[in-house]
Structure formats: structure tokens, C-alpha cells
Ligand binder design. Structure first.
Ligand SMILES: NC(=O)c1ccc[n+]([C@@H]2O[C@H](COP(=O)([O-])OP(=O)(O)OC[C@H]3O[C@@H](n4cnc5c(N)ncnc54)[C@H](OP(=O)(O)O)[C@@H]3O)[C@@H](O)[C@H]2O)c1
Length: 290
């Protein structure tokens, strides 16, 4: 059992912190910007709350963050009341936010200056993965720090990998999002085509999902896509944030991402249709629009 702090109790963070308490058996202190959510978490799982990120992180051996984007992350880590103001030397900061590789390197340097270890640890698996404690966690950092953090991360993960130095976890998550963008657009086009052809989509997917075209997106999203239901899941606004991180990194490293850039524009169209909070599978809504 370790002393742990968790900052950011959103769709992902709330259940992840819950697994650290229930499955990991850790002593967990939480902080959330909207304090009522922290109180709700403490009531549900039986932990403590801190008034600021620094206060929640005081005395913790492991501090987790899971907020929105790079700037949100800076405000809960390196700002005056951020976790680094409260963390003790020898402790480890583990960031589960999907952010840039640049901010991961920046945080590792800021942590190092205080004798604190850092791991960037973005996740994949969505809300259901967080609730069931079966996320895939892509880590960046030094091996010794990773080996200490890994057993704690295990509480909410099915797969945890060290991908390289600080920032490598975020770069891996970028590859993950590039794959998703292409797969979802392909699936949306196939279902759109099938409908135009008058095929029974359920019947078709039942067959082709067992062949080379099968994917997580096909298995988990075809029913709702076929029903035109998108008011759940991983929001288009979040995907656009992630693709912006990817395309910025690609401009830096020279990678050619023509399909990803196109799908990013398609998600812009979905936002213009009012789909900011729709699931990423709503690329089909854009094609089906009369
Ligand atoms: N949802 C998914 O399926 C999914 C899957 C994989 C990865 N992710 C990534 O995981 C991260 C969190 O996603 P989520 O779905 O949990 O988001 P969310 O439900 O919107 O929660 C965001 C959390 O961050 C806090 N926050 C945001 N800005 C902040 C700031 N400036 N200062 C302090 N706290 C701040 C929010 O506090 P308040 O409660 O006060 O707003 C909330 O606790 C994102 O980077 C996302 O891309 C999400």
C-alpha cells in the first residue's frame, strides 16, 4: 500500500482513482478543480481531498494527473499551487493526460530539479476501459522510475509498456490516434456504402468482422453507427485536440500524414454539425447527411 494522490476526476480520472483505492488498496488523496466532484469521490471510495493540487500531493509517494490538455496540465503541476510545489524528493509524478511530447519533457525537467521522478503515461481504452480498470498505458521515462511506478499503475491497467524516454508515451499515443482516425473513417465509408447499396449492415458486419477487415472500432461501434447514435464515448472535441498534437509533432519530425490531416478536417465538419461532444464514430453522420 502506497500513499497516492490523484488530480483530475473527469470521465477517466474518477474511476482510475477509484481502482487505485479499491484494487490497489492505496491510501488515496484526490483534488478536482470542481470541488464537489472530489467530495463525491471521497464519499464513494473513502479517501481524502486536498484544497489544491500541491496540498493533495504533499507526502504522496506517487502523484497522478489526468486533465485536459498541455495548459491544464501545467496549471496542476508547475503553477504555484501545482503538485510539484508539494511533492517530496524521491516521489514520482505520473501523467495520464493525452498531451504533447514537449510538455512531457518540460515536466520531466521540472520534476528532476526537485528530485522527483516523472513518467508520461497516456491511456487508451476509453471510459469503459477506465471503469473496468483495463486501460492500455503507454509510458515514457527512465527505466528505474518506470519499474517503481508500474505496480501502482497496474491497478487500472491491462497493458502497461515503457516505450522510451520522457515523451515516448505521448508519441505512442499519437500513433494510436493516427490508427484510430484512419480506421474510423474507413469503417464510416464502408457502412455508408453498404446503406447506399441496400445491404443489411448487421448481417454484413457479422460476416466481415471475422475476416481481415475486423477491428475494435468495428466490433464496438458498428451497432451505434448503424443506428445513428453518437451521444456517448470519446468526444470529437477531444479527438481534434489529439490530432492537433499529432499534426504539430508531424510538422516537427517531418512525418507525412495526409489521411490524418484529412480526417482532422472531417472532424471539423462534424463539429460544424453540432457534434462537438459526439463519439468519434460520428464521421458517418457527415457522410449520411442529406
Ligand atoms: N474520455 C476518453 O474516452 C479518453 C480516452 C483516452 C484518453 N483521454 C484523455 O484523458 C484526459 C482526460 O479526459 P476525460 O475524458 O477524463 O476529460 P473530462 O471528463 O473533461 O475531465 C477533465 C478533468 O480535468 C480537469 N481539468 C481540466 N482543466 C483543468 C485545469 N485547468 N485545472 C484543473 N483541472 C482541470 C477537470 O476538472 P473539472 O471537473 O473542474 O472540469 C476534470 O477533472 C484528456 O487528456 C483526454 O484526451 C480520454
Amino acid at each position: 500500500m502506497a500513499k497516492v494522490a490523484f488530480i483530475g476526476l473527469g470521465v477517466m480520472g474518477f474511476p482510475m482513482a477509484g481502482h487505485l483505492r479499491e484494487k490497489g488498496g492505496h491510501d488515496v488523496t484526490v483534488y478536482n478543480r470542481t470541488a464537489s466532484k472530489a467530495a463525491e469521490w471521497a464519499k464513494k471510495y473513502g479517501g481524502q481531498t486536498g484544497a489544491t493540487p500541491a496540498e493533495a500531493a504533499k507526502d504522496a509517494e506517487f502523484v497522478f494527473t489526468c486533465v485536459g490538455n498541455d495548459d491544464d496540465l501545467r496549471s496542476v503541476t508547475i503553477a504555484d499551487t501545482g503538485v510539484l510545489a508539494g511533492m517530496k524528493p524521491g516521489s514520482i509524478l505520473i501523467d495520464n493526460t493525452t498531451a504533447s511530447a514537449e510538455v512531457a519533457r518540460e515536466l520531466e525537467a521540472a520534476a528532476k530539479a526537485k528530485g522527483v521522478g516523472f513518467i508520461d503515461a497516456p491511456v487508451s481504452g476509453g471510459q469503459a476501459g477506465a471503469e473496468n480498470g483495463v486501460l492500455t498505458v503507454m509510458c515514457g521515462g527512465d527505466p528505474a522510475t518506470f519499474e517503481r511506478a508500474r505496480p501502482v499503475i497496474d491497478a487500472y491497467a491491462r497493458m502497461v509498456g515503457l516505450m522510451g524516454p520522457a515523451g515516448a508515451g505521448q508519441l505512442t499515443k499519437m500513433m494510436n490516434q493516427i490508427c484510430i482516425a484512419g480506421v474510423v473513417q474507413g469503417l464510416a465509408e464502408a457502412i455508408h456504402f453498404g446503406k447506399q447499396s441496400g445491404l443489411d449492415i448487421e448481417n454484413v458486419i457479422e460476416v466481415i468482422s471475422k475476416g481481415a477487415a475486423g477491428s475494435w472500432q468495428m466490433e464496438n461501434r458498428y451497432k451505434t453507427m448503424n443506428a445513428g447514435k453518437y451521444d456517448f464515448g470519446f468526444a470529437v472535441d477531444w479527438m481534434r485536440k489529439d490530432l492537433d498534437i499529432v499534426l504539430t509533432e508531424a510538422r516537427r519530425n517531418g512525418a507525412k500524414l495526409p489521411l490524418t490531416a484529412l480526417v482532422d478536417q472531417f472532424y471539423g465538419d462534424v463539429q460544424a454539425m453540432g457534434g462537438n461532444r459526439w463519439d468519434t464514430s460520428s464521421l458517418l453522420a457527415r457522410l449520411d447527411k442529406k
